[in-house]
Design a protein around this ligand. Structure first.
Ligand code: ADP
Ligand code: XUL
Length: 540
């Protein structure tokens, strides 16, 4: 048997995908949804409620309980033998951080299978909650760090991104400022990815170059902690961070906790975890340039492989490490599935009814525009919730349903220009990629063919493929990435959604009115009514 397991600790769930590398089959695809199965933690969509909409934290104990629950499910599944798993790698929601005190090293080493992970690791937390990628409360800390380094552009040149509120460095700075005693007591600060890997390995795991690049702390070309960024962020930070390592590093063997409790083989290797986006890059087979992927998860992300780091002049996107040792570019839109959900729920629609509204309304929405910033937005930067409608009534169900999806797809097209990718092929993944009505608008706005994947869990699949690659490399049998991903990370050829030529033409003009609305709402630009009226006269 050659079974490799990929786990994905994401915003809303913990998922597992296992592959059999010999038969090239996916042998397991399981998920635990936090809101449904772990209600006692009080999270909504995986996030703890907070009076300030800019603050977004989650509970690391919930992630631990989910890991125990998932392992228990795997152990009791018919047709799946946990002891066949050769290696485990994982994917974590990016940027989030977990703060551990001096008890953590021993607690990780001596986990007792008779007790839960949650109860044994609770005393090792120096901070109860973990700030996650949806947090936008650190603008001042970002400004402080950028001015210490010289400018946002200088930070971007050094780390691959200018300072972003959700990135780990600014979050750590805020913690050190507001809760200095707890910060001092934090002997280790992990990413979600390196924390989960540490639990599985029973010792502190490294931060990999893929996820490390999302911290505003890693030198993007040298792939090491940047001394200048550490100094500009918080005192004594270097000693609190795990070491950095390539994504294909073997952390060690699985902790005896998982062997005794869930019957994993003691030989099971734990591979460094990475961020969900770097893992998805592998899970959709982007190991060379030319195509892009749009992931419609909790957030929407637009990303592609890059051989060398190319940084956005507008400071909009990010450069992360690719698990292949190269790079990837990425733009993140916070108001992804959560905004689509807001609209769907507001009008009490099922996804089916939502899709029907999309199929039965016209491209360009008759010039009606919705700016769907239900929460603070990352791209473009919108500091607080700000839903704005242009020529669109709140009572217009069809208009709002089409409005949210058109806004998201158009914003992606506008704000990804800096990547310079002229793609004719888009790979779609994430929960909402199951929705072909949404994919039709994606195809029309980008004027590109869109493909779905049989396995929607691209991050967990990517992690399983990384586990296989790293295991073979460590055993002296390294295989090229093309060979590893063949038959797994390939789009479903039959799923192709072709752009409609007429609609693509409409969207060329629609982009102009959308841009005018964005400019008006965010930068005090001219009232877009004129352009809207012209558009309506032509296509309305
Ligand atoms: P994450 O990995 O970020 O936790 P997923 O990729 O699992 O998120 O996506 C979850 C989201 O997918 C849900 O929030 C839901 O809104 C969306 N979703 C699921 N099914 C559909 C559908 N048929 N149409 C549109 N969106 C959907
Ligand atoms: C990427 C980002 C999100 C999270 C979601 O920069 O913030 O895509 O990784 O899990």
């Amino acid at each position: 048997m050659s079974i490799f397991l990929g786990l994905d600790s994401s915003t809303q769930s913990l998922s597992a995908v296992a592959i059999d590398l010999e038969s090239r089959e996916i042998v397991l695809d399981k998920s635990i949804n936090f809101d449904k199965s772990l209600r006692e933690f009080g999270c909504k969509n995986g996030v703890l409620p907070h009076r300030d909409p800019a603050v977004a934290h989650s509970d690391p104990l919930m992630w631990l309980k989910a890991l125990d629950m998932l392992c228990e499910e795997l152990q009791s599944m018919r047709g799946f033998d946990v002891s066949d798993v050769v290696a485990v790698a994982g994917s974590g929601q990016q940027h989030g951080s977990v703060y551990l005190n001096s008890k953590a090293t021993d607690a990780l080493k001596s986990l007792n299978p008779k007790r839960s992970l949650e109860h044994q690791l609770k005393p090792a937390l120096s901070r109860k909650s973990s700030p996650i990628w949806m947090d936008s409360s650190t603008r001042r800390q970002c400004d402080d760090i950028e001015s210490a380094i010289g400018s946002g552009a200088k930070v971007a040149g050094l780390t691959g991104s200018s300072c972003f509120e959700r990135f780990t460095g600014p979050q750590i700075r805020k913690f050190a400022e507001k809760e200095r005693t707890r910060y001092d007591k934090s002997s280790k600060i992990h990413l979600v990815s390196s924390f989960m890997a540490s639990v599985l390995a029973g010792k502190h795991a490294p931060v990999d170059h893929g996820d490390g690049a999302g911290m505003n702390l890693m030198d993007i070309t040298r792939k090491q902690w940047s001394a200048a960024m550490l100094k500009a962020t918080a005192p004594g930070l270097k000693a609190k961070l795990p070491r950095m390592a390539p994504s294909d590093s073997v952390v060690g063997r699985i902790s005896s906790y998982f062997v005794d409790k869930y019957r994993f083989s003691p030989k099971t290797k734990i591979i460094a975890w990475s961020g969900d986006n770097p893992c998805s890059l592998i899970g959709v087979g982007l190991i060379s340039s030319g195509r892009i992927c749009i992931s419609l998860g909790t957030s929407d992300t637009y990303f592609g492989f890059m051989p060398q780091p190319l940084i956005s002049a507008e400071g909009e996107g990010h450069v992360f490490g690719s698990p292949t040792g190269d790079y990837m570019s990425l733009i993140c839109f916070l108001n992804g599935s959560l905004a689509r959900e807001k609209v769907r729920r507001k009008y009490k629609l099922t996804w089916n009814a939502f899709s029907k509204r999309l199929f039965h309304s016209n491209p360009g929405n008759g010039g009606k525009v919705l700016l769907p910033y239900f929460s603070p937005e990352i791209t473009p930067n919108v500091p607080g919730p700000m839903v704005t409608r242009y020529g669109l009534k709140e009572s217009d169900v069809k208009g709002n349903v089409r409005g949210v999806v058109e806004a998201q797809m158009t914003s992606m097209a506008i704000h990804s220009k800096w990547m310079g990718v002229k793609t004719k092929t888009i790979y779609a993944t994430g929960g909402a990629s199951a929705n072909r009505a949404i994919l039709q608008i994606m195809a029309d706005v980008h004027n590109a063919d869109v493909y779905q994947f049989k396995v929607g869990q691209s991050a967990a699949l990517g992690a399983a493929l990384r586990a296989a690659h790293a295991h073979l490399k460590a055993s002296g049998n390294e295989q090229p990435w093309e060979q590893i991903i063949a038959g797994f990370a390939e789009p479903d050829r039959e799923s192709r959604v072709r752009p409609n030529k007429e609609a693509a033409k409409v969207y060329r003009d629609f982009k102009k009115i959308y841009k005018a609305c964005e400019n008006h709402a965010l930068h005090g630009g001219k009232d877009p009514l004129d352009v809207q009226t012209k558009f309506k006269a032509r296509y309305g």
